[in-house]
Structure formats: structure tokens, C-alpha cells
Design a protein around this ligand. Sequence first.
Ligand code: MCA
Ligand code: AMP
Length: 501
Amino acid sequence: MDWLGLLCNRLMIPIVQNSSKFGDAIAIIDSDGSHSYAALNRQAREIAHAICSRGVTGQPILYLFHSGFSYVAVQWGIWLSGNMAVPLHTAYTRHEIDYLIKDTGASLFIYHQSLKSQIEYLQNQSIQLIEEEELTTPAHSSNKLPGVSLKDNALMIYTSGTTGNPKGVVISHEQLDTQILSLSEAWEWKRSDRILNVLPMHHVHGVVNITCCALYNGAVLEMQSRFEPAYVAERMASGELTLFMAVPTVYHKLIQHFEKLNREERHQWQKGMKSMRLMVSGSAALPIPTFDRWKVVSGHTLLERYGMTEIGMALSNPLHGERRVGSVGFPLPFVEVKIVDDNGEEISETDIAGELYVRGKTVFKHYWNKSEETAAAFADGWFKTGDVVEKSNDGYFKILGRKSSDIIKSGGYKISALAIENVLLTHERISECAVVALPDVVWGETIAVAIVGTVLQSELHEWMKDKLAVYKQPRHFVFVKHLPRNAMGKILKQEVKELFK
Ligand code: MCA
Ligand code: AMP
């Protein structure tokens, strides 16, 4: 690389750099009001200076915020200070927060004052807790910010896998930028776009697909910290939104809400949706009845796409052209895919099922501090998704399922059956347990557990509350004397599912 290339590389965080040209245009609208791009840049820089003054650089920094302006300002502040942003979910329990502190080894934890009670218990521990307000006093602004390279770590999102405890997926600024560019091109993001985000801010869907893409393109981002169907309906009815992106459960719940409205309310909502240009569904399989019903309700053909924390988005139905129900379309820009058989050989024929492998600049760097798991996740530079797919003769990909039954998708959240089992097994009156997914109309899948032990279901509900975030808590219980096992002693999860029929 020549000196100019090197210089550019050392100075750029593409999304921050790009956003500076949008000046006083509105970047974010949240419960506190409207915030311009200029204000976002200013606040992020203040925060970056304050972080630098604490001598923290090149490290993971945890942050706990509701979805809103402060969340983004802190995220960008962490980037500008040369550190890696690790978002936490406001629904995380102590048990989950403790795990993330330990796994990241982070020394700094930034939080919003409104969430103080959730992390006060950490006060006497070694991690430094900082309220956002402490970082936004202009006193720090005199020193220069460090250079940040495109290869530096930008974001770490925790995801569940087949190996139990969540793993930190690290992406660089270059990988994040490529993910943003890929979606900007495919879905034609524009400055005139306006999107409402109702998704949580600790996963790729809400963080990258919505928030980063909106702010990279100079669009208006409305951030809502909770999903409330009536509020979404109201915002869509306003006719101001151009885009909406969500998981299938959200569309299902919006349909349920629509069914409860009177004629006039329905009409208003439908009228407002006419000016929207695109609605996207992803993170879990979109059921055909939801696709069909939403078309009648909204007049929109949902664009279904497929992604994963480790790779960002990989496949998408076209913006222009046929959006095929039950399919996730074609490889996105900058994404290379192949389908392989059980021997790792590429399948070139159509309509033959195999595992999806993905390669390209959108693919993550590594799992945090897990070199063995990282190595095992790749084959010759291709990331092995664990998802079983097939390709039609006209090139559309279809997701058929997952290789492992220990991965559950509930409400769009990926949950490891093994991780839930590990938590339940810490209960002194549970000797064995097996967690499985049951099909569910609203949630896609719900979590069910078969338990060997003397614990009562009623006490278990209370016990789980401070150990598992609400979306990870089992909803169906069966108490048995023995779990079904094969001759080798392995639990037969398919037979466990039968116990709930
Ligand atoms: C909550 N409840 C559940 C579940 N979650 N019941 C069964 N299964 C669940 N998973 C119960 C609660 O206990 C409560 O019960 C009631 O449902 C309402 O809970 P609440 O939290 O208020 O639900 P909600 O606000 O309506 O949430 C639904 C939601 C949420 C908005 C769909 O689950 C969500 O934000 N999901 C999105 C997750 C996401 O962003 N995934 C993307 C991962 P009660 O009323 O009895 O108290 S990224 C990814 O997958 C890749 C990269 C990709 O491709 O995008
Ligand atoms: P996560 O770990 O939260 O990134 O979840 C990624 C997983 O979600 C993928 O490996 C798929 O199993 C699933 N997924 C994402 N989008 C879709 C989709 N459109 N259809 C089916 N499964 C999906």
C-alpha cells in the first residue's frame, strides 16, 4: 500500500466519516426528540476523548443503553477512541452480564443513567463503570484522537452456537463497512429514506441492517426501545416512513393488531403504508401464511433475506424482480456462496440439499479468544453456516433447516439448547434435562424442556428470572423419570420433542 493509502486507512471509520457530510439533517429521532448528524458527530467525539483520557485503547468496551441517540453516540465514541464496541441487551440478567464481562475481559462498562439499577451490583468489582453523562462534558476535547485502521476491531456481537456458551463475533471496520455497502446497494438505501427501528440493539439486524445502514446513507432513523404494534401502526399510518425491517414474529404481531382495529383505523394505516417503498423480513424463516396475510394487510410483498451474525447478510430476494415466498433469493453484493455435501464437496446440481458455505469481506474475523472454535468454523477460508439450503434452477436459494437441532430460533433470537441446559443444571434439584424447540405460530419456535428432578415448575419460573433473559426462558415443561437416550447414552432430542405431544 502507498503512503496515501496507509494514511487513509489510519484515519477512516467509514460510517462516521460519511455521516459528517449530512450536517444539520436529522439523523435520529428517539423519545428525547430529534438529533442531527452534526450533533451525533459532536457527541461521539466528546465521548471518544473522554474514553481516551482514561487510557483505554484497542480494547472491548461494554455498553448498556436503550435504543436511541445515546446508544449510537456511545458506539461511535468507542470506535473513534480506537476501541471495539460490545453492546449489551437491556433484558440481560446478572448471570448473562457477568458472563460477558468475564468473556470479554473488558475494563470499561458504559451505561445509561436510567439503567443504573441493573448494574449497580458491579460497583465493587474490577470493571470500571461509567455513566454516559460523565463522558459528555466538553472538558476532555483538547487531545488528538488515535488513528483507527480499517482492519481494527469495530464490533463484537455475542451469538449462541452448538458449543454452549455464547461466543463473541468480532468484525473489523472494513467488514462492517462492506456489510453496510452490500445492503445499501442491494436495497438502494437513500438519503430520503426514513426507517423505524423496533428491534433490540445487540444483534446484527437492529444494529447493522437498520441503524448503520440508515446513518451511513444520511437517512432518518426513528429508534424505539420497545416493539409496540400500536406505535408501529401509528408511525406507518403517518405516511412518513419509507422502510421497515423486522423479524417474522413482528409481522405476525402486526397482523394480529390489524385484525383488532376498526375500519377507519385499518384504512388510515393502509393509506400510510402506500408511500413506503420496502419492507424486509429476516432472522428466521418467514411463514407462508404471514407473507400472504401481510400482503393483503399492507399491500407490500415482503422481501425475505437470510443472514447470520458471523457473516452479516448473505442472501436476499431482489428489490426489483420476483420476491419468491419461502425463498431467500440470491447472494448479496460482496458475498460468495457455495453448497457442499457431507464430505465438504461442492454440489453444483440444483435442487439438491447441502450446507451453505460463505466467503467474502462481509465475513467476521474470529470468535473472541476462541481460536479453536474459529478454526472449526471455517473450511479453506469458507465459513460453514450450519444451515441446510438448496438452489432452484433459476438461482433462488431456499433455507431448509439447520444441521444442529440444538440451535433454536425463537422470536428471531438464536438460542443454544445446550446453554439453557447448562444453566438449568446448576439448579440443585435438577439432575438431568434436555432442551428442545417446538414449532410455534407466533414465535417460530418456542423453548421446551424435559426435566429429571424434584424441582417444581412454579419455583423454576422464579429461579430462572435472574439467570436467563426473558426470550431464553423455557415455556413448556415436562417432568420425567428418565430422558430418552440411545445405546451410547446420547439424548434423543427427537424423542424428547414427542414428550410434549
Ligand atoms: C417473549 N415472550 C416469549 C418469547 N419472548 N414467549 C415465547 N417465546 C419467546 N421467545 C413472552 C414474554 O414472556 C411475555 O409474556 C410476552 O411474550 C411479551 O414479551 P415481550 O418481550 O414484550 O415481547 P415483544 O416485545 O412482543 O417481543 C417480540 C419481539 C422480540 C419484538 C419479536 O422477540 C424481538 O425483538 N425479537 C427480535 C430479535 C432479533 O433482533 N433477532 C435478530 C438476531 P407475558 O405477556 O406472559 O409476560 S440477528 C440474526 O438473526 C441474523 C444476523 C439475521 O439474519 O438477522
Ligand atoms: P443469528 O445467530 O442470530 O445470527 O442467527 C442466524 C441464523 O438465523 C441463521 O443461521 C439461520 O438459521 C437463521 N435465519 C436467518 N434468516 C433466515 C431466514 N430468512 N430464513 C430462515 N432462517 C434464517
